[in-house]
Ligand binder design. Sequence first.
Ligand code: DOR
Ligand code: ZN
Length: 348
Amino acid sequence: MTRRLVLTRPDDFHLHLRDGAMLAGIAPESARDFARAIIMPNLVPPVVTGAQAAAYRERIAAALPGADFTPLMTLYLTEDTDPADVVAAHAAGIVTAVKLYPAGATTNSASGVRDFDTVRPVFEAMAEAGVPLCVHGEVTDPDIDIFDREAVFIDRVLDPIRRATPGLRVIMEHVTTREAVDYVRSADTGLGATITTHHLIINRNHLLVGGMKPHYYCLPVAKREVHRQALVAAAISGDARFFLGTDSAPHSNDRKECDCCAAGCFTATNTMPILAEVFEREGALDRLEDFTSGFGAAFYGLSRNAGTITLERSDTPTAFPARIETGAGPVTVFNPGFAVHWSVTARN
Ligand code: DOR
Ligand code: ZN
C-alpha cells in the first residue's frame, strides 16, 4: 500500500478569498498547500476593472506576508464590461481570466449577465487575445428546477456562446452533472472543467437526508449519486480537461446556520488529504498529481510549480480543525463524513 506521496505543489483553479477580515483569516489556509489559485471576483462590489483586480491582488498579498502563493486574478463580467480593459489587463499580466455569472445564479451575482448577447463583443475580444472565460453554468429561470439548471444552461447558453465564438477558451466551473462531464468530453478543443473537492464526496442525500446540513449547501447544489459518480470518474480518468478547482467559499457560521443559508463549502484547509483519500479509494492515487498539479496549469498555459508537497498515510485518522476563527467570525471546515488517513507532512 502506498503510504507516501510527493506531488508537485498543487494549484486551485477556483477559489473565493473574500476581502478584509475574512481574507486575512482564511487566505493562509489556501497558501499553505497551494502555489497558485484562480481568485473569484464576486466581492461586494465586484471586481470589474483591471485597476480593481490589481488593487485586490495587493490586498491578497498583504494578507499573506512571506507566503509563496500567486493569486491569479479574474474580472467579473457585467453587461458594461469594456473589452479593451479586459484585453489590456490580461496583456499587462494583471488578469488571468474573466468570470461569467448569470445574474442571480449565486452569491453576489446581481451584477452578472442577464442578456448574453450584450457581452458578445467581450467574448470576441477575449477569443482574439486568448483570455479564457470561467463560467458559472446555471440558468436562473424560475421555472427551471434547481437540479436541472446546469444541464439546461449547457443547451441554452453555453453551447450557443461557444458556437458563436469558436476561438474562446472556456472553463466550466464546478461541474456537478453527468451532462456537464459528457459535454466537456464531447468538445474538440478549448473546453475544460473544474471539479470541486466536495462534489466528489457529497450527493443531495448528504445535504438533505436526516436534517438539512447547511455546511453541505453550495451552488451548483449537489445532485444525485449517479452524477457524483460521473464526477469521480472524470477526476480519476486522466483526461486533461478535468482539473481541481475547489470553489472553497467561506461564509461565517452565522450566515450558514440561519433562515436563509449562504451557499458555499469551505475546503481550503483539508482538500489535499481528502483528495488523497478519495483517489486512494478509487485505486487512482497515481492520477492525483495530474488532477491537482498538472492538467489545470496546462489548460491555462502555465508552467508546473517548482515545489512539492508530501502526503503521508497513517493508520489513525487525521484530525482537522472543525472551524477557522477569523475576524469576520468562525468558518466551519468541510467535514467529508468519513475518516481521512492522509496528511500533508512536508512542503518544499
Ligand atoms: O457555493 C457557492 N458559493 N457557489 C458559488 O457559485 C459562489 C460561492 C460563494 O461566493 O460563496
Ligand atoms: Zn465559486
